[in-house]
Design a protein around this ligand. Structure first.
Ligand code: AMP
Length: 214
């Protein structure tokens, strides 16, 4: 059981690390990006509000995100621990999360900052493919699905995300540097930051295990 925030640029491996960790100890992965993509696909009101910003690689509003997370963190499955993947992404979200966790009487085990060089990130994002059904992550070079375009796990369509065009990727990295990178300093002050400079998810997981004594 662990409660972690996974920080890092798009393509740093937050989702991959989260999926590996959930298999190890039953904590749930909570990805605001996955929640939003599902809402867009289902055409809900939330999806309609988030769609344009997402497609352009901009952030959706803090209010919208906090509304989602306030509900999500109350769900039963969070009792066995959670890995926050892609949230928080701005200082106001981090401040609001701090208040929310204090209200719930909960404490994080660590905030893991996955630090990957920009050239590796760019290469990963352009070659990444994602299952539209279950969110499983593939890569055309290093981890293609067994059958082209079809998810090994759920049989869903494996495609390139709408925000993985060159332009949107550039935007997402700029947004990350401006709005999300400052969270490392925020959590350093809080005293629970673990920065891991690693390009392999296994190395990141080893560092996490060591930190939380698993
Ligand atoms: P991700 O899958 O984490 O890369 O998220 C995809 C997109 O969803 C982002 O580019 C944003 O438009 C939106 N998004 C996801 N999480 C957040 C968040 N915590 N705050 C604002 N926007 C978010």
């Amino acid at each position: 059981m662990m409660k972690l925030i996974l920080l890092g640029a798009p393509g740093a491996g937050k989702g991959t690390v989260a999926k590996l960790l959930t298999k190890m100890d039953g904590s749930v992965q909570i990805s605001t990006g996955d929640i939003l993509r599902a809402a867009v696909a289902a055409g809900t009101e939330l999806g309609k509000q988030a769609q344009a910003a997402m497609k352009a690689g901009e952030l959706v509003s803090d209010d919208l995100i906090m509304g989602i997370m306030r509900e999500r963190l109350k769900e039963d499955d969070c009792k066995s621990g959670y890995l926050l993947d892609g949230f928080p992404r701005t200082i106001p979200q981090a401040e609001a999360l701090k208040v929310l966790l204090a209200d719930m009487g909960e404490e994080l085990d660590a905030v893991v900052n996955i630090d990957v060089p920009r050239d590796v990130i760019l290469d990963r994002l352009t070659t990444r493919r994602t299952c539209e059904g279950c969110g499983e992550i593939y890569n055309v070079k290093s981890k293609p699905p067994k059958e082209e375009g079809k998810c090994d796990k759920c049989g869903g369509a494996v495609t390139q995300r709408e925000d993985e065009t060159e332009e949107a990727i550039g935007n997402r990295l700029d947004v990350y540097n401006e709005q999300t990178a400052p969270l490392a300093g925020f959590y350093e002050k809080e005293g629970n930051l673990l920065t891991v400079a690693a390009t392999s998810s296994e190395a990141v997981i080893d560092a996490i295990k060591e930190r939380i004594g698993m």
